[in-house]
Design a protein around this ligand. Sequence first.
Ligand SMILES: Cc1cc2nc3c(=O)[nH]c(=O)nc-3n(C[C@H](O)[C@H](O)[C@H](O)COP(=O)(O)O)c2cc1C
Length: 197
Amino acid sequence: MSNPIDIFKDNWRQAKALNDANAHYCSLATVSKTGQVSVRTLVLREVTVDSFVIFINGTSPKWRQLQDSKQFELLVFWPTLMQQYRIRGDCSEVAVEAMKAHWASKPYESKIIDHYYAEHQPQTSALDSRETLLAGVNALKERYPVDADIPFPENAKGVAVKASYIEVWRGSDVDRLHERHLYLLSGNTWETRVLVP
Ligand SMILES: Cc1cc2nc3c(=O)[nH]c(=O)nc-3n(C[C@H](O)[C@H](O)[C@H](O)COP(=O)(O)O)c2cc1C
């Protein structure tokens, strides 16, 4: 198999079948305007034919950082398979229609917090206290007691990372000479290099 996205999908199925605790997650590293690196865990929502899809909030630092800088990396590690993927590329916003379709299946509390970010405080901003958060959340729950009536907020964003650089690491317990392959997209073709482990 020479397409690393096909390799990823094939192994993702295996990691899920093995109930790998990491199978649903990835880490996203971004850089601020001042060069400060941030890394955090996210749910890996979907992998399409060419992109890795995550959902984040438009009020968050990571959204701002992705707008300000094209420098980021996604990391996936599955301990059950001892495999790591480092993914770079271009990111674009997922179409609002697709986000609206996802919104319908989002848990009630998660919908409420997206509205909290929009109306009260942006994600990751400092609170006066936990009570401040709960008061705002409760007010939103009173306004929207019925899940299906909560409107879609513009800040519910999806990001599709169109990969052009994928490094695959496969651990070897036998001789510690772990296998590393770098796949670089050149036009429509993935070129492969073997890396020193
Ligand atoms: C297991 C796990 C899954 C998470 N999934 C998401 C997610 O899908 N989207 C998201 O925005 N934050 C998710 N988070 C929270 C982020 O790691 C992070 O704390 C938050 O988004 C704020 O990030 P920022 O301040 O760097 O923007 C998750 C955290 C954990 C531990």
